[in-house]
Design a binder for this molecule. Structure first.
Ligand SMILES: *[C@@H]1O[C@H](CO)[C@@H](O)[C@H](O)[C@H]1NC(C)=O
Ligand SMILES: *[C@@H]1O[C@H](CO)[C@@H](O)[C@H](O)[C@H]1NC(C)=O
Ligand SMILES: *[C@@H]1O[C@H](CO)[C@@H](O)[C@H](O)[C@H]1NC(C)=O
Ligand SMILES: *[C@@H]1O[C@H](CO)[C@@H](O)[C@H](O)[C@H]1NC(C)=O
Ligand SMILES: *[C@@H]1O[C@H](CO)[C@@H](O)[C@H](O)[C@H]1NC(C)=O
Length: 704
């Protein structure tokens, strides 16, 4: 957008401000010292309202239409085109942009086949592709990072592939080709690794849903970021592990796997004889599968082959930066990934369209004279999908025991760890903005108040917000122990306060060729109102964090949340182990939070703009920003040291029962002798207590 329009707009804006000022003149005259601050607040209100009134479902729809014209799998030329499209949009809005490239090991399919061999000699090929969309640029269904391999063996149904499923099944599965349905919350890697441990020679996975012909692509890697640069940024020409290094190979499963459609899975299931379906599995079958009575093994034999290739690929993170006017060295980051398995209408480009619309509306504010107080960075990540796991709603239910690989964001966080640590105020993530009805908000607890406050006053969206609170019996903000999107490295590795927003708990075309613009306008968000609502909340939260002179953080919410975790833990431990260290640390945290709240109240009333007040605000804001970092621990979680956050992080063990304190949760579910287990649990309790103390100390801001 040409910047020449600016002077006229600024004039218009000054006029508007003068009008605003007229309304409040009497106040200004009576309290001259506070007028500047009041003006500032009115100005911010004006910009927020302008941001909201500039919403347009038409522009969001147009962005999504363009983004979803072609598939754009990470590392492909079409993916580079999508990156350039986003950069060009940012640039045409007059925003400053840059691209950060990394080189990462990605995985693509070369060939796959599957056939059923019946005892009467008939051999039937089982289709592995999605019929209606074959032949274009869509990648064939596959599991990224599956090893290549062939298997010929009896088919056996393994239900979800959990330990209890093997126990319930009670038959020898060695040498069989296992069929597994997705949905227990286990990651694909866990399912395949566990099947391999039971002697299964290849795994087929399907997803139950309405789209029987759809096939869910996904990754089976276990690890974070680029597998060749664990813990450091995978820059081109930088250090890379050897492909045969055990640190690399242990991230890939030992046997090959492929996704199949529900239709293909049902045809296999229908031919099984052998053991009866365990009763407890039957209840959870959806639709036609309820007729299944036998789970094999056999008598049909499956002939499975898969060939894939690992390739170094360049991935592109695209950024637009709006420099802060008063505190350019403090940043609010908004992020969404751009790469998709297929067209990505829901996953993730509904979020990309919302991000671009926010960029458009911010650019408009800038033409009206706005400049954020702090820097705003819009981030468009690449290669997230090589790590995405499970439908979001599902992950929600099980509370995040999944591991995965947000490659673009992880490499960038690793590269910018120190700057993020000292300068990042918050990271606001949107992945699938609109997959269906129902608003889901997750956040670190100091942001709860802000999220409750930021109701979108636009009538349609306010209704959505009210429905959200009504559906949840009040405000239900989820926490971020999940690792199913790009907030994971920001919060769990760098300790940056984070938010994640989306509409809809899951969607039937997840990771299939049917995740297209057509599906969006028919089912996902026909009038693009959900897109608009997400962009509204996302942008408003960003405006507050970027513009409020005192950061809108409330650590009393965090304290309440920590108290609750302590109580739940106490119940789970049946009061056998003292939680006194955590209780004492929480008390310290409460005192610090309480004092800080008082200080915030006082400083909010103090509207002076003199140097010493400005400095006091800045010092307070720094403490508010840095408190979350206190929960990080240098050593990280046992056995998974990349995860540094001791309050929120994924569980390492599928049997673990808590979605918080991941280190304690892991220690509790370890299968060792009681004495050893108790010692480990105690140690993890002390580590959490010390983390809470560190956070309290950061919030107080004084040396001990
Ligand atoms: C990133 O990659 C693109 C496409 O390969 C290239 O055009 C661009 O110059 C690269 N940017 C940097 C900063 O290396
Ligand atoms: C062999 O068995 C399959 C499955 O029961 C059946 O579909 C097929 O028609 C049979 N073929 C012959 C030649 O009988
Ligand atoms: C299994 O399929 C592969 C690839 O199509 C083929 O080469 C092989 O002969 C088949 N094996 C059997 C036992 O039919
Ligand atoms: C935008 O919303 C209006 C009002 O709900 C609707 O009539 C229109 O069709 C929507 N536009 C798009 C592109 O969905
Ligand atoms: C918080 O501070 C107020 C006044 O400073 C005090 O009355 C209150 O008891 C404190 N609450 C806690 C939990 O410390």
């Amino acid at each position: 957008m040409p910047r020449s329009g600016k002077p006229t707009c600024t004039l218009l804006f000054i006029l508007t401000l003068s009008l605003l000022a007229l309304y409040t003149t009497h106040l200004h005259h009576r309290h001259p010292p506070s007028s500047a601050a009041k003006n500032y607040r009115n100005t911010l209100l004006y910009y927020r309202n302008t941001f909201l009134s500039a919403a347009s479902n038409y522009t969001v729809a147009a962005y999504l239409r363009h983004l979803t014209l072609r598939p754009h799998l990470a590392g492909t030329p079409l993916s580079l085109s999508a990156a350039l499209y986003v950069q060009t949009q940012f640039q045409s809005l007059g925003l400053t942009t840059h691209v950060t490239n990394f080189s990462a090991l990605l995985s693509y399919p070369a060939h796959s086949s599957l056939s059923a061999h019946f005892s009467n000699g008939t051999v039937l090929p089982i289709p592995l592709s999605e019929p209606s969309v074959a032949g274009n640029d869509i990648v064939m269904p596959y599991h990224a990072y599956s090893p290549s391999g062939a298997a010929y063996g009896e088919a056996v149904f393994l239900n979800y592939g959990r330990e209890q499923d093997y126990r319930a099944l009670g038959v020898e599965v060695k040498g069989c080709v296992g069929l597994v349905r997705r949905g227990s919350g286990m990651s694909r890697h866990e399912v395949v690794a566990s099947a391999a441990a039971h002697g299964v020679s290849a795994v087929l996975m399907y997803t139950e849903g309405e789209f029987k012909e759809g096939v869910e692509r996904g990754t089976v890697m276990n690890g974070l970021g680029d597998p060749l640069s664990p813990g450091w940024a995978g820059i081109d020409g930088g250090e890379k592990l050897d492909l045969n290094d055990p640190r690399v190979t242990e991230k890939f499963p030992g046997v090959p796997s492929l996704p199949v459609s529900e239709a293909a899975a049902e045809s296999i299931l229908a031919s099984l004889e052998g053991a009866r379906v365990p009763y407890e599995w039957r209840e959870s079958f959806k639709s036609g599968a309820r007729r299944i009575r036998r789970v094999g093994p056999g008598p049909i034999l499956l002939n499975f082959t898969y060939e894939g290739e690992l390739k170094m690929a360049t991935i592109h993170n695209v950024f637009a930066v709006i420099k802060g006017s008063d505190e350019p060295d403090r940043s609010v980051l908004l992020g969404n990934h751009r790469d998709a398995w297929t067209y990505g209408a829901v996953d993730p480009n509904s979020g990309t369209a919302a991000l671009l619309d926010i960029a458009r509306r911010f650019a408009l504010l800038m033409r009206l004279g706005w400049n954020p107080r702090r820097t705003i960075v819009l981030c468009s990540w690449d290669a997230e999908e090589f790590g995405m796991v499970g439908p979001q709603g599902l992950v929600q239910l099980v509370g995040g025991l999944l591991w995965d690989t947000k490659i673009g964001s992880t490499e960038w966080v690793e590269q910018n760890l120190v700057n993020l640590g000292s300068k990042a105020v918050a990271y606001l993530n949107v992945d699938c903005a609109a997959q269906g009805p129902g608003l889901f908000i997750s956040a670190t607890p100091q942001l709860d108040d802000l999220l409750v406050e930021v109701k979108d006053p636009d009538s349609e969206n306010a209704r959505l917000y009210e429905r959200w609170t009504a559906a949840n019996n009040g405000v239900d903000i989820q926490r971020l122990s999940r690792v199913d999107s790009d907030f994971a490295p920001f919060l769990q590795h760098a300790g940056v306060p984070s938010v994640d927003l989306y509409f809809g708990s899951d969607f039937p075309v997840y990771h299939t060729a049917f995740d297209s613009y057509d599906w969006m306008i028919n089912f996902g968000d026909p009038l693009f109102q959900r897109h608009v609502a997400v962009a509204g909340i996302w942008g408003l939260v960003a405006l507050h964090l970027a513009d409020d002179s005192i950061l809108p953080f409330n650590y009393l919410s965090y304290a309440t949340e920590l108290q609750e975790y302590k109580n739940v833990l106490n119940t789970l431990l049946e009061e056998t182990i003292s939680l006194h260290p955590i209780a004492a640390a929480i008390q310290e945290f409460i005192i610090a939070a309480n004092e800080t709240e008082e200080e915030i109240k006082k400083l909010r009333l103090n509207n002076n703009l003199d140097e010493s007040t400005v400095l006091r605000r800045r010092m307070l804001n720094d403490r508010l920003m840095l408190t979350e970092r206190g929960f990080l621990d240098l050593e990280g979680l046992p056995g998974r040291q990349w995860f540094k956050h001791l309050i929120y992080g994924p569980r390492g063990n599928t049997e673990s029962k808590m979605a918080f304190f991941p280190g304690i949760a892991d220690a509790m579910s370890r299968r060792t002798n009681e004495k050893e287990k108790e010692a480990t649990v105690r140690h993890e309790i002390w580590r959490v207590a010390r983390a809470i103390q560190r956070a309290a100390c950061a919030l107080r801001g004084e040396f001990t």
